[in-house]
Write a protein that binds this ligand. Structure first.
Ligand code: PMP
Length: 361
């Protein structure tokens, strides 16, 4: 049985990447050691981390005045590091577009010397759309405006990045980094947990404009962007194997035509599924049309029992991890870069067969 992994993260990785890692697993480039066994100060690992950074810079068009950091602690640690490094004694602005934004907001609120203002929210409508943010809503004295570019759980995404004047935009891009042709210059900081479009869990990528480094005193060295940047992400032992896999993913992406190439594929995959949902009398998208993500696509029948039946039958047919997040129910197809188009076609055929059997009720 073919298995398709629709997980929201950790998520499907490109098969050629896994095969390459397998072929190099026991003996990396004639060293007689696995990448996992290499010192993070060795020239072999130095080459891996430098290539990973160079490839990411090329893929995303990261300008020279931005640092790329390979950190740990997940995107969730950035919820705290961002306000700690940028907003002590200042005000920080947030858009509340889902569970992850809410967690980012709580982490900032937990800091006594940071004033948090939520300037836009779709919480009253179960986060089913992205609220409009206009420049006049932005206090130009604020340390930053934090947005979540793609909301993994509810399946919404910004269709354009808000204009914030001179206030830097900090983006949690965990679930659509490298799946959109964003301009890095539109952001002050971009951060993402790796376990969706980059590689295995355990690595967090932070892309930060130079002038935003070293703004506030941070007592804990591991949480200080300046210390991490001054040490080229090697202040302590970085997640070496995850960085190695990320490098392989970046190479794979380059072969796919970089971000424009993969974006075209992602749009096709999402287009097929949204079209199937639109043509169905049974399945619906809970998300407003102007706010839909091409990465995480939730759908429901409107009947919790029928959703449960669908999920059980889908699982038995090899469609793994389709169940919607526990906070919203229904189904969710996460179609990250490495997810194969055939998997979307097969899912649609399965949905059509299910709809026939269940009377389109
Ligand atoms: N932000 C978003 C948008 C996410 O989807 C996730 C994880 N699913 C997180 C933050 C949290 O990431 P981590 O588990 O790496 O802390």
């Amino acid at each position: 049985m073919t298995i398709y992994n629709f997980s929201a993260g950790p998520a499907v990785l490109p098969k050629p990447v896994l095969e390459k890692a397998q072929s190099e697993f026991l003996d990396y480039r004639g060293s007689g050691m696995s990448v996992m066994e290499l010192s993070h100060r060795s020239s072999l690992f130095d080459d891996i981390i430098k290539k990973a950074e160079a490839l990411l810079r090329e893929l995303m068009g990261i300008p020279d005045n931005y640092k790329v950091l390979f950190l740990q602690g997940g995107a969730s640690l950035q919820f705290s590091m961002v306000p700690l490094n940028l907003a002590q004694g200042k005000k920080a602005l947030y858009a509340n577009t889902g569970s992850w934004s809410k967690k980012a907001i709580s982490a900032a609120k937990a800091l006594e010397n940071v004033e948090v203002e939520v300037i836009a929210s779709s919480e009253a409508d179960n986060f089913t759309y992205i609220p409009t943010i206009t420049e006049d809503m932005i206090d130009q004295e604020a340390a930053y405006l934090h947005i979540t570019t793609n909301n993994t759980i509810v399946g919404t995404a910004y269709q354009s990045i808000p204009k914030a004047g001179k206030v830097p935009i900090v983006a949690d891009m965990s679930s659509n980094i490298l799946a959109n042709d964003y301009k890095v210059e539109d952001f002050g900081i971009i951060y993402a947990g790796a376990q969706k479009n980059i590689g295995p869990a355990g690595l967090t990528v932070v892309i930060i404009r130079d002038d935003l480094i070293g703004l506030c005193p941070v007592a804990e060295p591991m949480l200080d962007y300046k210390i991490q940047a001054d040490n080229d992400s090697l202040y302590n032992t970085p997640p070496t194997f995850a960085i190695y896999i990320a490098k392989l993913v970046f190479e794979w992406l380059q072969e796919k035509g970089g971000v424009p190439g993969i974006l075209k594929e992602d749009q096709e995959k999402a287009g097929l599924l949204y079209e199937a949902i639109a043509n169905s009398a049974l399945f619906k998208s809970p998300v407003r049309e102007d706010s839909r993500s091409i990465t995480n696509i939730p759908f429901v029948t409107g009947d919790a029992e029928l959703d449960k039946k669908f999920n059980a039958e889908a699982l038995a047919a090899g469609f793994q991890n389709l169940k919607g997040h526990r906070s919203v129910g229904g189904m969710r197809a996460s179609l990250y870069n490495a997810f194969p188009k055939q998997g979307v076609r097969d899912l649609i055929a399965f949905m059509e067969a299910f709809e026939k059997e269940n009377g389109g009720a």
